[in-house]
Design a binder for this molecule. Structure first.
Ligand SMILES: [Zn+2]
Length: 93
């Protein structure tokens, strides 16, 4: 029983290691945890970890790129919504 427990523990730790192995996609440096918090309600809470590149200049570029991607995603979602609205309007005519 003790052996099993320690095995499970070791596996859990290994999984954690993998989870935290998060190299920067630009420079390949191991990203560092800047902030952790819990999100969600009740039992659906998840640990959210925000990691940043140890190189501040690189992180700035990453942030810019992420922002650009985010804006694109939001814009695409808006366009999709508009198309849906037009379709709905046509249907009701
Ligand atoms: Zn980097």
């Amino acid at each position: 029983m003790v052996v099993l427990e320690s095995l499970l523990e070791r596996e859990g730790l290994n999984k954690m290691d993998k989870k935290h192995s998060n190299p920067c996609y630009r420079c390949g440096n191991q990203r560092i945890v800047s902030k952790t918090w819990k999100e969600g309600v009740g039992i659906n809470q998840v640990d959210v970890t925000l990691t940043v590149c140890p190189n501040p200049e690189c992180q700035k570029t990453v942030n810019k790129e992420l922002n650009a991607v985010h804006k694109k995603t939001v814009m695409m979602a808006q366009k999709k919504e508009e198309r849906l609205m037009i379709r709905r309007r046509k249907k009701s005519l």
